[in-house]
Design a protein around this ligand. Structure first.
Ligand SMILES: [Fe+2]
Ligand SMILES: [Fe+2]
Length: 364
């Protein structure tokens, strides 16, 4: 298990050494992973491997103490690299020194320390020790704590506590980053575009938490997007229906307008005809009345004349006066009939005009 950790870290070292001078994001990511791996590994060795082997394996005391000092130096360098700007002029140099120190330390462990332990402890004891170290990994610190105790019992308490704090902090950081990425994702979805955004930073635990938050948020966003699409489809259908209704209403309005226009025209025509007819009737009636009055006056005058022939002058005057009165009455009657006919014609024309105007207003 410890050798596997060494191999994993060596792989990260090699990738860092191959990265370009200006590959800042890649190098920052690699160093974050190196910090987490070495912090966990050092904590497990300090809490279990070193103290257990110092008590059970002879001749490892010196190398165990030397290993603790090497760990101490490595943790200081790791703590300086934790959060350091990868573009800083000391960044690459610090990582190079770290790599040299760790490689030297790993070589000593694998070439001198582990063989002694393997020779002294049997397979079962090594298996039990391996199981215990695997369980310790679950609460091991993910960041370096060079000031904390590195031997029991102090490191058992401080290491476990620091491990829990580190993991909570990583998770919180990851959740926060995942939340930010989620906001950006939603903005992109709304804009229908994609934008580049920085990958989650920090330890693998933080990145995992960020990825988890983002995945869950993405699923929620997908559901929201589907709902939006459904709503949009429904809206489009409603819009189409509304357009149809509007078109139908326009057609109906046009139809109503045409009908009103035709109606108004018909009404105006009817009114004009009626006016003409009324005027004609009034004129005829006036004419007849005037003619009848003239005839009546003439008849009265003739009768009076006849009856006055041979009579006294008084009777003649009376007959003449009756004739004049009959003639005046006939003239007045004729004038009254003509005025009535003109008034009726004027009223009929106005009514026809109003009806035509009302028809135009309804059309507009
Ligand atoms: Fe070590
Ligand atoms: Fe080691």
């Amino acid at each position: 298990m410890l050798k596997e950790d060494h191999k994993k870290v060596e792989g990260l070292f090699k990738r860092f050494e191959k990265a370009g001078d200006r590959a800042y994001a890649e190098k920052r990511d690699l160093v974050d992973r190196i910090i987490e791996s070495l912090s966990e590994h050092a904590s497990i060795e300090e809490q279990l491997f070193y103290p257990v082997t110092r008590m059970t394996v002879p001749a490892v005391e010196d190398i165990a103490l030397e290993s603790l000092e090497e760990h101490h130096i490595v943790k200081w360098v790791l703590s300086e690299l934790d959060g350091m700007d990868p573009a800083h002029e000391r960044f690459d140099a610090k990582v190079t020194v770290l790599i040299e120190n760790v490689r030297h330390h790993v070589e000593e462990e694998e070439q001198e320390y582990f063989p002694k332990v393997r020779d002294e402890l049997g397979r079962n004891a090594l298996g039990d020790l391996g199981d215990a170290m695997e369980k310790a990994r679950a609460v091991a610190p993910t960041h370096p704590h060079p000031r904390s105790p590195d031997t029991p019992p102090g490191n058992l308490i401080a290491g476990t506590g620091a491990g829990i704090v580190d993991r909570v902090a990583d998770t919180v950081s990851g959740v926060a980053q995942g939340g930010l990425a989620t906001v950006q994702d939603l903005v992109d979805r709304l804009r229908g575009s994609t934008s580049s955004r920085p990958a989650p930073k920090g330890s693998p635990t933080a990145k995992k938490a960020a990825a988890g938050v983002r995945k869950r948020s993405a699923d929620a966003a997908d559901r929201a997007t589907s709902a939006t699409r459904r709503a949009k489809r429904t809206g489009e259908k409603a819009t189409t229906e509304a357009r149809k209704t509007a078109a139908s209403a326009v057609r109906a309005a046009k139809s109503t307008g045409s009908a009103a226009k035709a109606g108004a025209k018909a009404t105006a025509t009817t009114a004009k005809r009626s006016t003409r007819s009324t005027a004609t009737t009034a004129k005829r009636s006036a004419k007849r009345t005037a003619t009848a009055a003239k005839q009546s006056a003439k008849s009265t005058a003739t009768t009076a004349k006849r009856s006055s022939n041979g009579s006294r002058p008084t009777a003649k005057r009376a007959a003449k006066s009756t004739g004049s009165t009959a003639k005046r009455t006939a003239r007045r009657t004729t004038s009254t009939a003509k005025r009535a006919a003109r008034s009726t014609a004027t009223t009929a024309k106005r009514t026809a005009k109003r009806t035509a105007s009302a028809g135009s207003a309804r059309r507009s």
